[in-house]
Design a binder for this molecule. Structure first.
Ligand code: SF4
Ligand code: SF4
Length: 517
């Protein structure tokens, strides 16, 4: 199945001995010049050697990289503090899933930070300028740039290490800064940059044009009616709707994502909510976060504001997408606000789990939990929801609300062990712009800690399925779970569970089916 060694599942995570350079061969594909330029980065020069184009760094790359680093250090005070404050206590060393899965010494968070820190010391500190060897400072060379490109794309910006750092050093911020510098010297990442370009030109990550999206939604209406005998609507660009739903484009076509979208629609149907999707904002994901570009994050976020204004909605609700929720929860108002044209009685934005939980609490949904009795569930806290945002009015709502929704629609629920959930959750291994086939090796290896925790509740508690509220987590687990002996359908959407259990007025039931037979 893989031409690399897949780590062995053990009962408990084993902290491995560090090894030098075992993952230095792995780097993502480079973005082509046209995709660089679409994001306002320089296109790379291309040299043709035989049949293979070879990309080289832009002219004056060293000065440009250092200028950019200086800009970022001045702009983000936190970055300078992170560069200065590490005391090498070692608390973070065994906290990264990529280190646990690969043993590569540079995948220890402190070592990953040091790749940038050593250059920072050389050019931005007095001691590093005059006594570089004494303070571990190094010159910026092409080898260093290559190391950055490799190891800053073996970090999913999950922030787990920062939870354990006594100084709160956030490696994700260091990774974002490094990627931003790399993009400015022509070393942007193909996967993220192409996807962002598609959002600008077509409206979503998948490049699904408006007509195709409308067809998909019409097809879904027919499928749901055929299935349950109720006309559940999936409105698109409906002017005057109360609620604009922005959701990851994976929700429009792939399993288990699409089952979640059906769940949202059934909840809106049951609650009589006047809602719509938007062809302009047909993507909740915001890969500007992954590449560390606030400029591109803002450009992507503005589409949501424009769609909300054009449609005249009163509320914005986000579907199941982890990093989109982080950008929405933490940055949307700053990047695209003020949203003073929306109903002030609701948070901007609101999460679909908040909406469903509220409907459940108010008794608006007719639920038969036994319809999920063929499953025993656990819940995977997605990094960007768990560690970088909140949900609802209470602290820790991002942990409580999704679990409350699952427990309201399922009889059988078990949490994975402490230390692997809530704010200590392990990344799926595919976040932060790593969900691409050219990085499959690190994705598989980085999934080891989560697969270990899942395996324990499967063996000890009879868990059959794991639910998540993140499109990247769902896509990643669909691909990597089989490497650890699970099946791809063991990952489900939270609103897929809601969809299974909800009974709409006039809905066909099993009794009706039996009567027809
Ligand atoms: S942010 Fe996550 S992926 Fe990156 S070094 Fe820390 S633990 Fe590893
Ligand atoms: S836990 Fe924080 S201070 Fe300690 S080595 Fe890691 S980054 Fe440095």
């Amino acid at each position: 199945m893989a031409d690399y060694e897949v780590p062995e599942l053990k009962e408990y995570p084993v902290v491995p001995l560090p090894r030098e350079g075992v993952m230095e061969h792995l780097s993502p594909f480079l973005a082509k010049p046209e995709f660089q330029e679409a994001l306002h980065y320089p296109g790379k020069k291309v040299v043709v050697e035989g049949e293979n184009p070879k990309y080289i760094l832009v002219d004056g790359w060293k000065e440009k990289a250092l200028d950019k680093m200086g800009d970022l250090l001045n702009l983000y005070r936190g970055l300078r503090v992170f560069m200065d404050s590490c005391v090498k206590c070692g608390a973070c060393t065994d906290k990264c899933h990529y280190f646990l899965g690969t043993q590569d010494a540079k995948n220890m968070p402190v070592a990953r930070q040091d790749l940038l820190r050593k250059v920072y010391r050389r050019y931005f500190t007095l001691a590093g300028k005059f006594f570089p060897k004494l303070v571990g400072a190094v010159d910026l060379t092409e080898d260093v740039v290559n190391d950055w490109y490799s190891y800053y794309h073996q970090c999913s910006e999950c922030r787990r290490c920062s939870v354990f750092c006594p100084y709160g050093i956030d490696t994700a911020e260091v990774t974002m800064a490094a990627r931003e510098i790399l993009a400015h010297i022509g070393k942007g990442q193909k996967y993220s940059n192409e996807i962002i370009s598609k959002v600008f030109t077509i409206g979503n990550n998948l490049g699904l044009p408006e007509r195709a999206l409308a067809d998909v939604l019409e097809g879904l209406e027919e499928d749901v009616e055929e299935d349950i005998g109720v006309q559940v609507k999936f409105p698109l660009d409906k002017k005057g709707a109360d609620v604009l739903v922005v959701t990851p484009s994976a929700d429009f076509f792939a399993e288990p994502h699409i089952d979640g979208l059906i769940g949202y629609a059934k909840v809106f149907h049951a609650t009589g909510t006047n809602w719509t999707l938007s062809s302009k904002a047909s993507e909740a994901a915001n890969f500007g976060l992954f590449i560390g570009s606030y400029e591109n994050m803002q450009r992507i976020s503005m589409r949501i504001r424009e769609a909300a204004e054009e449609l005249g909605v009163k509320r914005i609700i986000y579907g199941e997408c982890g990093h989109a929720w982080r950008v929405g929860y933490s940055f949307l108002n700053t990047l695209a606000g003020p949203f003073d044209f929306l109903d002030p009685n609701y948070p901007v934005p609101q999460h679909i789990c908040e909406f469903t939980k509220d409907a459940l609490d108010r008794g608006l949904l007719n639920i038969d939990k036994s319809l999920n009795d063929d499953m025993t569930l656990t819940f995977h806290d997605s990094c960007n929801v768990a560690r970088a945002s909140g949900m609802g009015p209470e602290p820790g709502g991002q942990f409580k609300i999704p679990r409350a929704v699952i427990k309201a629609v399922c009889n059988n629920y078990v949490d994975m062990e402490q230390g692997t959930i809530h704010d200590e959750t392990f990344c799926c291994g595919g976040g932060g712009g790593l969900l691409t086939d050219d990085l499959m090796e690190i994705r598989v290896k980085g999934a080891l800690p989560r697969a270990t925790a899942l395996n324990n509740v499967v063996k000890n508690n009879g868990v059959t399925h794991m639910a998540a509220i993140c499109a990247i987590c769902k896509s990643q687990f669909t691909k990597v779970l089989p490497y650890y002996g699970f099946t791809m359908d063991q990952i489900v959407s939270v609103h897929q569970l809601v969809s299974n259990a909800i009974i709409l007025e006039g809905q066909n039931t099993d009794d009706d089916d039996e009567a027809e037979d």
